[in-house]
Design a protein around this ligand. Structure first.
Ligand SMILES: Cc1ncc(COP(=O)(O)O)c(C=O)c1O
Ligand SMILES: N[C@@H](CCSC[C@H](N)C(=O)O)C(=O)O
Length: 447
């Protein structure tokens, strides 16, 4: 990998003039968000514990809602000069995120796709990228644009198969972009093996993992061999669907400088107010995620018990259950299931009340959607078919409501939509004549 692309180096050297207590080059910040002395607390503690040097010892990090900063001399040189280049609230958030993402450096930008844009600007025309065939629609769209407008060669392969990745790996591959679990098919990618193989094929290859589905509470791709981890902060990190944000984290300071250079050059750094909101949201990540995934597990078991084909890594029936648990500390709170019929799926989605029909996930409220019509509609129907995306697939993003209420609401919707048959033994997935789902499985406990 080459060094920072700022020809003069001046912007970078100014912004990276501070070496933190651990010797990391980081963008300017009034103070590290971590207590000094090297003590590392459990993640639940680190999420809420921050230190900053506000002049009034405010408990909450202030919002530095300013575009520019007064300088002491005509040659500038203040810690901050202009918010596009650095802002105390944003820098504080970045240090806090670096700490919880197992990274030496984190950078925050205006959306998850903004983060992906910054990352893919590391590529040059002629570079080759390997990525999955079950990929978030927006990332797919960006990569398609880069392949048609920027001379980047993009190979979509089944990244859940290490052999498939191996087959296509050459020294020309400069970036590998992974998601695990994938969105929306909930397939699992072996980050460790793919990273090892990619670096063996090209030591300068950058392995980037989009960790949005699990968040740092449940998985740390940098500890598994990835060079960059990114997340849509719009999802679990913030948790309330009241902001858009993207996070990029790395342990490679030269990569960090190049990423920062793009953010400063293009002006996509997160605003002070949104940085403050995200900092606030991150504090409850652990409690939210624990509650959400416990409910997701119960809902996945309920639907599987009825006879639906459910995709969730918390279920023993998931074909990559062991692989998932070798990398992650939990199954997350997004699951999907199939009904065998697109119209039926549509009826189910439209019959729910507590489950809002919305794209996105990671919010305290539960959401339901049909990915092929909504979040992944930017992937054309032919490509979806080639990539075996079931058009009838329903995605559930579980929130923090009472799980009994969520299951009741879902059950009512399934009955209203005609997706289940009521028998003396309880509910069974499928129409009375067994025309859907091959007749389903009857479960008394499901009634
Ligand atoms: C896995 C994944 N990555 C990235 C993004 C992009 O994030 P944002 O909407 O914040 O741009 C999304 C959703 O939008 C996503 O689901
Ligand atoms: N219209 C949007 C769709 C956003 S999808 C958001 C999220 N990643 C999800 O998976 O639900 C677009 O075109 O990007």
């Amino acid at each position: 990998m080459s060094g920072p692309s700022d020809p003069s180096g001046s912007t970078i050297s100014k912004a990276f003039s501070k070496i933190d207590i651990s010797g990391n080059d980081l963008p300017p910040s009034p103070a590290p968000s971590t207590p000094t002395g090297g003590r590392k607390y459990a993640l639940a503690t680190e999420l809420v514990y921050t230190e900053h040097s506000d002049q009034y010892d405010s408990s909450s990090m202030p919002i530095y809602q300013t575009a520019t900063f007064k300088q002491q001399s005509a040659s500038g040189g203040g810690k901050f000069d202009y918010t596009r280049s650095g802002n105390p609230t944003r820098s504080h958030l970045e240090r806090h995120l670096a700490k919880i993402m197992s990274a030496s450096q984190a950078l925050v930008v205006s959306s998850g796709m903004g983060a992906m844009d910054v990352i893919t600007r590391l590529l040059k025309p002629g570079d080759e990228v390997i990525t999955g065939d079950d990929l978030y629609g927006g990332t797919n769209r960006l990569l398609k644009y880069l392949s048609t407008h920027a001379g980047i060669i993009v190979h979509h392969v089944d990244t859940t198969s290490v052999d498939a990745v191996k087959e296509i790996l050459t020294p020309k591959i400069t970036m590998v972009i992974l998601e695990t679990p994938t969105n929306p098919l909930i397939k699992i990618v072996n980050i460790l093996d793919v990273s090892k193989l990619s670096h063996a094929a090209n030591p300068n290859a950058i392995v980037c993992v989009d960790n949005t589905m699990l968040s740092p509470w449940l998985q740390n791709p940098l500890d598994l061999g990835a060079d960059i981890v990114c997340e849509s902060g719009t999802k679990y990190l913030s948790g309330h669907h009241d902001l858009m944000a993207g996070v990029i984290a790395t342990n490679d300071s030269s990569l960090g400088e190049r990423l920062y250079f793009t953010i400063n050059s293009t002006g996509c750094g997160l605003s002070p107010f949104d940085s403050w909101l995200l900092l606030r949201g991150v504090k409850t990540l652990g409690v939210r995620m624990e509650k959400q995934q416990a409910s997701a597990q119960a809902i996945a078991e309920y639907l599987e018990g009825l006879g639906f084909k459910v995709r969730y890594p918390g279920l023993k029936s998931h074909p990559q259950y062991d692989l998932h648990w070798s990398m992650a500390r939990g199954a997350g709170a997004v699951l999907s299931f199939e009904t065998g019929d697109t119209i039926l799926s549509e009826r189910i989605v439209e019959s729910t009340r507590l489950w809002a029909i919305s794209v996105s996930f990671g919010c305290v409220n539960s959401l339901i959607s049909m990915p092929c019509r909504m979040s992944h509609a930017s992937i054309d129907a032919k490509t979806r078919a080639e990539r075996q995306m079931p058009e009838d697939i329903i995605r559930l993003c579980v929130g923090i409501e009472d799980v009994g209420d969520l299951i009741d609401d879902l059950k009512t919707a399934l009955v209203q939509a005609g997706a289940v048959t009521i028998t003396v033994d309880g509910l069974t997935a499928g129409a009375p004549d067994g025309s859907l789902l091959g007749g389903g499985v009857s479960l008394a406990s499901a009634s």
